[in-house]
Design a protein around this ligand. Structure first.
Ligand code: SF4
Length: 429
């Protein structure tokens, strides 16, 4: 009899959470490698297409982003001085307990972890699993498991998969994976949003980012597998696909360019998005044109600051004139300015060099939207050294992206910057 595995995507405990095309892609990919070799069930607390939402409607925008069901809860002790509303986001805990009571236990449970400071949701799921399915072996993987390995050991999971080397997992399960298989998307009863990832890693080394350490370089994924994943998502009739690549446009002519051409050639009609931020440096007129023809609808560009000093000190991934050029190319390709957004980090430990107000105004002067991306200090990054002067980096809750900018800049400054960005964005039609 095939091995039975339950996949769990935990609830989120945070000051804010929004479904920005969030899917547990790492876990779905792993389950896909084991397609036909194990029997899967899934409990995704963050699935907004779950039947629960039929009676607890939350608003979605036209590209299927939207709010999660949420319940207010007390701030955890380390965040008690951050006087903002704290909530639990996702399907109610009782539904998972009911699920565990009404179903036979599986041999294994895999839990996807995402942000390091979301571990309370992971802990909640593990506590319930231990109570109702005590014999089940629990496996953790993902960002929290990788970046806070020592802390994750304390959750009581049986196996923690650190990083991207999956060999310990295959040994533990005693299954040989089929790495050509796409993610296990068919496990969802209703699916509107899918995810693709054509590459791993990034050629840059920004001082605030964990990607260089986790992936150690840049690598293309199998094109054959990416195409079969695309075919699968199209067959499942998703309307939106988000690319989870960290550097989608690097080596465009070899990787994402041919992939987008395939979408154009097959006349696939799906909305494409880039929540992880595109590098403006790589957006030429040709790249913009092919992205638009393939179906890209929203364009999120990583910018962070207009200060050359700050840009150089943090890795020099993009300079201001490159952002301006990219915006020009996108507009010429027919992109509506209100669908172009440049992210800027707020709360970075070198904020004094960042010229944030000027940076916000600069983005606005290009006629596009600005989005302040709250800075989260990430263990293992060069900047985490600086951050440890402000917070205890061994407590993952202190990596919280709402809390850190407030600790670093103060409530008033953060509010002032957000009001400035909000006000200027109103002019972008
Ligand atoms: S370019 Fe983006 S993904 Fe790459 S290291 Fe910098 S922030 Fe990280």
């Amino acid at each position: 009899m095939a091995l039975k595995i339950l996949l769990v995507n935990p609830a989120i405990y945070d000051f804010a959470a929004y479904d920005f095309w969030l899917k547990p892609y790492g876990m779905l990919s792993i389950a896909g490698y084991l397609r036909n070799k194990a029997e899967f069930q899934m409990f995704d607390y963050l699935d907004r297409e779950d039947d629960f939402y039929k009676t607890h409607k939350t608003r979605s925008d036209k590209y299927n982003k939207g709010r999660f069901f949420s319940q207010p809860t007390a701030n955890p002790e380390p965040l008690k001085n951050i006087t903002r509303k704290f909530s639990r986001y996702g399907l109610p805990r009782g539904l998972f307990v009911e699920y565990l009571k009404n179903n036979d236990s599986t041999e294994f449970v895999m839990i996807q972890t995402t942000m390091t400071y979301w571990y309370l949701g992971v802990k909640e799921a593990i506590d319930d699993l231990r109570e109702y399915w005590p014999a089940t072996k629990i496996i953790l993987g993902g960002n929290y498991a990788t970046l806070c390995y020592e802390h994750a050991l304390k959750t009581g999971a049986d196996l923690i998969v650190k990083g991207v080397d999956l060999r310990p997992l295959w040994d533990y399960l005693k299954i040989v994976p089929d790495l050509d298989q796409p993610g296990l998307w068919e496990i969802y009863k209703n699916l509107k949003v899918g995810v693709l990832k054509l590459t791993d890693g990034c050629p840059f080394k920004c001082s605030y980012c964990s990607v260089p350490k986790v992936y150690n370089g840049f690598k293309q994924r199998s094109m054959k597998r990416s195409i079969s994943e695309l075919e699968m998502l199209v067959k499942l009739q998703v309307s939106d696909i988000a690319f989870y690549d960290d550097s989608l446009l690097y080596k465009f002519d070899e990787i994402s360019g041919p992939f987008l051409d395939e979408i154009i050639k097959r006349q696939i009609k799906v909305n494409l998005h880039s929540p992880n931020a595109l590098n403006a440096r790589f957006i030429t007129a040709d790249v913009a044109d092919r992205m638009v023809r393939a179906g890209f609808k929203t364009f999120y560009l990583g910018f962070e600051s207009k200060s050359v000093k700050w840009q150089k000190q943090t890795g020099g991934k993009v300079f201001s004139y490159e952002l301006a050029q990219a915006v020009e190319h996108l507009k010429n390709a027919g992109v509506d300015a209100k669908n172009i957004t440049a992210y800027q980090i707020v709360g970075h430990p070198k904020s004094d060099l960042q010229e944030l107000e000027d940076s916000i105004r600069y983005v606005n002067s290009l006629g596009i939207k600005t989005m302040l991306a709250d800075f989260s200090p990430i263990p293992t990054t060069p900047d985490s050294q600086l951050c440890s002067k402000l917070v205890n980096m061994d407590e993952p809750l202190m990596h919280n992206k709402t809390a850190f900018p407030i600790i670093s800049l103060g409530f008033e400054k953060v509010d002032e910057l957000k009001q400035l960005a909000k006000g200027l964005n109103r002019n972008i039609k």
